[in-house]
Design a protein. Structure first.
Length: 239
């Protein structure tokens, strides 16, 4: 079942830099897809077109058979609510508690004034505890985010994404600043979201070796073009 479809997608930035060119990519529901490529190959651009942080210049992007490229207002908010984002630099509110950071994944489910006042339901507070237990940080609820290690902060970011009840989780170089041991714990947390809830996960990585360990499928970008696309059983040692 086709879930996400990039159809001949091109992206040229206002300054003329080509971000993406002629991308055709179909992603079934529940896939764990890793996108590999050097810095500047277009990985972030590809990811950011999917939640409409960037608009494309040509082609089309479909989710569940619906083009998303002209979404506005409520449709756009719903799209973004369904997509959890994880960044290289964690993007937590450093001086806020872990609980508050994780609850912010629910913000899209509240009215503006309720979320501004931090009026979250008891059920969502309970869900926060469960989300943190899933990533092994159940006891860190009231710790300030900037008192955690990098790996712990990234796992808080995974818990926050989980709180969105996402259909898709996008992780842009989530382990680039982490040591190997922590890297595996964060990758495992992402894999669990995929295994336990069927969430479609797309991860940008530098390392093909790491990609092989977790991906169902690996695609490669170079200069904004798709140059490689294999399911994990097709990947060979010479790739
Ligand atoms: P990656 O994530 O693989 O490092 P990017 O998607 O960030 O690659 O970048 C792809 C290309 O687009 C690069 O040449 C980069 O310099 C360029 N680029 C990215 N963002 C912008 C921007 N906002 N304006 C102009 N060019 C950009
Ligand atoms: P990341 O590696 O986290 O994707 P980058 O260093 O590629 O971040 O980009 C940081 C910011 O600068 C982003 O907003 C990106 O869109 C923008 N950017 C990247 N490359 C260029 C470029 N060549 N010209 C203008 N802006 C760029």
């Amino acid at each position: 079942e086709n879930f996400i479809e990039f159809k001949d997608v091109g992206k040229v930035y206002p300054n003329g830099t080509v971000g993406l060119s002629h991308i055709n990519l179909t992603i079934p529901k529940g896939q764990f897809l890793v996108v590999v490529g050097l810095s500047g190959s277009g990985k972030s651009t590809l990811m950011r077109t999917l939640n409409r942080m960037h608009d494309i210049s040509s082609g089309d992007i479909m989710i569940d058979g619906q083009s998303i490229i002209n979404y506005k207002g409520k449709q756009l908010r719903n799209l973004r609510r369904k997509i959890g984002m994880i960044f290289q630099n964690f993007n937590l509110v450093k001086r806020s508690s872990v609980q508050r950071n994780v609850l912010s994944g629910r913000v899209g489910y509240y009215s503006t004034w309720r979320s501004a006042l931090g009026l979250f339901s008891q059920a969502d507070k309970q869900k926060t505890v469960e989300a943190l237990r899933r990533v092994g940080l159940g006891e860190k609820l009231y710790t300030r985010a900037d008192q955690l290690s990098g790996g712990q902060q990234q796992r808080v970011a995974v818990a926050r994404a989980f709180m969105q009840d996402p259909k898709i989780v996008l992780a842009d170089e989530p382990v680039a600043s982490l040591d190997p041991l922590t890297t595996d714990s964060v990758m495992n947390d992402l894999k669990k979201l995929n295994d336990d809830f069927g969430i479609t996960v797309i991860v940008n990585l530098h390392s093909l070796e790491l990609a092989r360990k977790y991906a169902d499928r690996i695609v490669g970008l170079r200069g904004g073009e798709l140059v490689y696309d294999k399911t994990i059983d097709q990947v060979t040692d010479t790739d």
